[in-house]
Ligand binder design. Structure first.
Ligand SMILES: C[S@@+](CC[C@H](N)C(=O)[O-])C[C@H]1O[C@@H](n2cnc3c(N)ncnc32)[C@H](O)[C@@H]1O
Length: 507
């Protein structure tokens, strides 16, 4: 979590808050009151990071990631408080504005104010413990009065009625954990987890286990020692889609925080070399931590822009596979990240300019991947549900892929949820549905044609090669037939996009 450095301006506030905290520590508060006091301040700090990230459209991490940081003491209470405050934030803001009780001092601590006002209006009440609590409790009656007025303006009498009008996405899908086979075999992990939970093996991925929705394993010893990773099914499908062979040289082009890098290492059984490339220096530590936790010893971390890696550099002359999981909008994981609670998402904002920029980078990165001379397989993946970041990127590069000898292959042929039918061959693509699978991922696998034999003979092959991709790529270049296909699919696609739009709107 980012620690905010106090500026000259707010040093006084910080000192006052420190003094107040010491007073609370020494005061004879009941245990529950004390922990609630600190939980409110902890929640306010995180809420500030979340709201700043949302306002700048540059979230540093999801709410869950911030709350489950080791430094956060009372994780469950803090998480609940933040989610509830965010859920009620539009009303809290309306009430505060109508009541007009915030002076400059309290406006500077607005996140703490939000949290306390939530507790006063909708929570369990607030004891008179800190300055902020005392101040807001003095205005308790006006706050309640204005809440009534705000609700009556919305033609409801209770907040429950108001929320009943707003559909909230149901993300209660099973929890998955990926067994890190570098440290533990799947059956042992199953036996260990079954001591406390109802656990099953996944029907598609041999190293994935399925637990009931809502199972919280953040503090489980197997998670802490790296024997299992809290990784969803969709994310766990990416490395097996690439299916690198033990002994290969593989590049994870956009690696941090490294979940898929270490999954590659497990699939390669410690044999071969993995280069984990990450552009952002501040994400390298997290990447190194993931690698260390996994116990993998054949991963070399590279703090570099993937686009600056020279494919002709002899150190990459034996590179056999690239996993390209570039920055994306994250729209497929928005529900599981609780993004629907954020003000920008509640307002239904779609940042088209950002989407276009992301898609441009994704195209550039995928195009760059084709240039490595010994390459046999490329997986392009996103955790986005947007066509522009998925099918459109792949479609636009099919002729180039073809010119470098690559064709689309079909990973997980038994998987029903495939790419949107916006070009012939899109049935080779993999999609996961957020409502059904918890997260919305997209996977495209490109295979070098000369490498077909080697790909087919791979022991645990889960792909079928798409033989007619060449002809289809030719169609892409012959614009007229493709235009006809596009029109044929237009109505279907329109429906699909509306569905996605409705889904986004519901968040
Ligand atoms: C979606 S995340 C990757 C998640 C990762 N594959 C995992 O499963 O843990 C994308 C990552 O790519 C990095 N990135 C963005 N542009 C890059 C570039 N040009 N070169 C290398 N890394 C880049 C981002 O900083 C971010 O850490």
């Amino acid at each position: 979590m980012r620690i905010r450095k106090p500026t000259q301006k707010n040093k006084k506030n910080v000192a006052a808050a420190g003094k107040e905290e010491n007073e609370v520590k020494t005061a004879k508060l009941k245990g529950a009151e004390r922990s609630a006091y600190f939980a409110r301040r902890e929640a306010a700090k995180i809420l500030r990071t979340v709201l700043e990230g949302d306002a700048n459209r540059r979230a540093l991490a999801s709410i869950k990631t911030l709350v489950y940081h080791p430094s956060v003491r009372n994780k469950k209470a803090t998480f609940a408080l933040i989610c509830q405050t965010l859920k009620h934030l539009p009303i809290i803001n309306d009430v505060l504005q109508a009541a007009s009780i915030l002076n400059t001092k309290w406006k500077k601590q607005q996140e703490l104010v939000y949290i306390i006002v939530y507790d006063i209006l909708f929570g369990q009440g607030v004891p008179l413990v800190g300055d902020a609590e005392k101040y807001l409790m003095r205005h308790k009656d006006p706050l309640h009065l204005h809440l009534k007025k705000v609700l009556s303006r919305k033609n409801v009498t209770t907040v429950k009625e108001l929320f009943a009008l707003q559909e909230v996405p149901d993300v209660s899908v099973p929890r998955n954990v990926r067994v890190n086979t570098l440290k533990m075999d799947v059956d042992s992990a199953l036996v260990e987890l079954q001591k406390k939970y109802s656990v099953q093996k996944d029907d598609l991925l041999p190293d994935l286990l399925v637990l009931p929705p809502g199972t919280d394993l953040h503090d489980h010893p197997l998670v802490k020692n790296g024997s299992i990773f809290l990784q969803g099914k969709a994310s766990s499908m990416v490395a097996p889609a690439l299916s690198p062979e033990p002994g290969w040289e593989v590049l994870d082009a956009c690696a941090a925080p490294g979940n898929k890098t270490v999954h590659l290492a497990a699939l390669m059984k410690r044999k071969g070399r993995i280069i984990a490339c990450e552009l952002k220096k501040e994400r390298i530590k997290r990447l190194n931590d993931t690698i260390k936790l996994s116990g993998a010893s054949n991963i070399q971390v590279l703090n570099e822009d993937f686009l600056n890696i020279n494919p002709k550099d002899p150190s990459y002359s034996k590179l056999k596979a690239i996993l390209l999981d570039p920055s994306c909008s994250g729209s497929g994981t928005a529900a599981s990240r609780l993004d629907h609670l954020l003000p920008s998402k509640a307002a239904g904002d779609i940042d088209t300019e950002r989407l276009n920029k992301l898609a441009a980078f994704q195209r550039k990165a995928l195009q760059h991947a084709f240039l490595f001379p010994a390459l046999e397989r490329i997986v392009y993946s996103t955790c986005s549900i947007n066509q522009i970041e998925n099918e459109d990127v792949v479609k636009s590069l099919l002729p180039i892929a073809e010119s470098y000898g690559f064709q689309l292959a079909k990973p997980f042929p038994e998987w029903q949820c495939r790419g949107l039918p916006v070009f012939e061959g899109s049935e080779n693509l993999v999609r996961t549905d957020p409502a059904k699978h918890g997260e919305g991922f997209f996977i495209a696998l490109f295979v070098k044609k000369d490498a077909n034999l080697s790909a087919r003979s791979h022991k645990n092959d889960n792909r079928t090669l798409h033989n007619s991709t060449r002809a289809r790529a030719r169609n892409v270049r012959r614009k007229i037939p493709m235009f006809i296909h596009t029109n044929m699919f237009k109505m279907w696609l329109h429906g699909q996009l509306n569905q996605h739009q409705n889904w986004r709107d519901r968040r």
